[in-house]
Ligand binder design. Structure first.
Ligand code: 13P
Length: 258
């Protein structure tokens, strides 16, 4: 049984003290719910402060990005070793906002993914189609290209540490959540691709998150889908109550189903 994983992607929100306050509240509500893995991904400048709050809880710290080199003359970048140094266990890679606004490609996603693994971080690799691509019936082709691009050189041993987030771009921050059937269809496609890439046994271990306008109201039905193993939450992760309700929905859907 895959352990569900719910991650809060705070994006470029919350100053240090606001981040601390939110982390304290989330720790108080679900800081010892071991049946669900909870990850908080604040901005770089809050990682250290939030990490200190989470240190004595079951909640993990994650970053929203990294650069693949361990150190050097790369002004403005942050390395995987530096993320480890402040206590990160996870890192989001290839989020659609990074692909759209910061020129990330399947190639840079691959390099970041490999660097994360090499330096002991667990990657949450984001993939997903735009509305135009969905309407042109290209969803599976886009997912296939993004998966192949990220994981060309990856081995089955890497797969164990991997989380994949399916985030349809048209659902991010729009309030237009994918229906549970749409989410399950895409996740089943991803799982099938992973079976072809590695094996049924390996594919069965990889956790697939859904992301895109997940709320306290729609989380339970999304988590109820066979291949949806958790959520990558943006807007709703900025409110302790809403985020906790999403974590609870994952807990209930997956432990009742187990
Ligand atoms: P929203 O939950 O705000 O739609 O954002 C989703 C997302 O991009 C998480 O990475």
């Amino acid at each position: 049984m895959r352990r569900p994983i719910v991650a809060g992607n705070w994006k470029m929100n919350l100053a240090v003290q606001e981040g601390r306050d939110l982390a304290e509240k989330i720790k108080a509500s679900c800081g010892n719910w071991n049946a669900v893995e909870v990850v908080l991904c604040p901005v770089y400048t809050s990682l250290s402060a939030v990490g200190q709050i989470l240190a004595d809880s079951s909640i993990s710290l994650g970053a929203q990005n990294l650069f693949w080199e361990p150190s050097g003359a790369y002004t403005g970048e942050v390395s995987p070793l530096m993320l480890r140094d402040v206590g990160c266990r996870y890192v989001i890679i290839g989020h659609s906002e990074r692909r759209t606004y910061f020129g990330e490609t399947d190639e840079t996603v691959k390099r970041k993914f490999q660097s994360a693994l090499k330096h002991g971080l667990k990657p949450i690799v984001c993939i997903g189609e735009t509305l135009k691509e969905r309407e042109a019936n290209q969803t599976f082709a886009v997912l296939e290209r993004q998966l192949a691009g990220a994981f060309t050189d990856a081995s089955a041993a890497d797969a164990d540490k991997l989380v994949i987030a399916y985030e349809p771009v048209w659902a991010i921050g729009t309030g237009k959540t994918a229906t549970p059937d749409q989410a399950q269809e895409a996740h089943a496609f991803i799982r099938k691709w992973l079976v072809g890439k590695w094996s049924a046994e390996t594919a069965a271990k990889i956790r697939l998150q859904y992301g895109g306008s997940v709320t306290a109201d729609n989380a339970a039905t999304l988590m109820g889908q066979t291949d949806v193993d958790g959520a990558l939450v943006g807007g709703a992760s900025l409110k302790a109550d809403a985020f906790t309700a999403i974590v609870r929905a994952a807990l209930e859907a997956k432990t009742v189903a187990a």
